[in-house]
Design a protein around this ligand. Sequence first.
Ligand code: FEO
Length: 171
Amino acid sequence: MLSKKMETALNKQINAELYSAYLYLSMASYVESIGLDGFGNWFKVQAQEESSHAMKFYSYVNERGGRVKLAAIDAPPTSWKSALATFEETYKHEQKVTGLINKLVDLARKESDHATDNMLRWFVAEQVEEEATADSMRQKVKLVGEKGNGIYMLDRELASRVFTPPASSKE
Ligand code: FEO
């Protein structure tokens, strides 16, 4: 059984993951509006990943006899200065999410909630990947610049990203 405090913290994280999905969907819409449909695909897949993160927490809360309570999701920004700016923000945002996951780990350990601590290990590893991917994307956009052949080729590459659902929370 989850403590009330842990249940509340996990519900907050569900909200944060859904906000991330919303943020990346908004970025998809922005990059598509400037003609970068491949970038749009990349962000739409990213939004799907975030929804799956939320669902991983959702399943875990239920599994532990807690109650999922959904709250309002903040509105994300709707436009950025450039494609590079979306990836700069993605990188910053993922660093923030890593901080939230670390706080959850701190709480689980403080409460000697080993099950939650164990479940969160998946997210700790996932955040290493999330930050690395966002960083690599922003480096690539910087490298090719925002005009010309390079960005066109990168856009084509990003069009091929597909969503792969993560393993279940029990694994
Ligand atoms: Fe749910 Fe991108 O971390």
